[in-house]
Design a protein. Sequence first.
Length: 81
Amino acid sequence: MPDSDSKTLHQPEVRTSQGDSDEVAHIVMKNDQMRGYVAGEPIKALCGKVWVPTRDYAGLPLCERCSAARDRIVSGMRNLN
């Protein structure tokens, strides 16, 4: 029987969604993209979708929410100059 004083490490649960990941290409930060492909870790797109990338998404239509978020970021950067 395990000791009541023993410590158990719990891995935090990360919820990912498959959803439309096969239907559209999402925009992510470059470092996150590499971490997702190399380490198999869940990554977060600009639209908020979290998933583990498993294939090349080139040629798929771009996620409209990610595209709008990217446009807002780029517009804000232009206003800084």
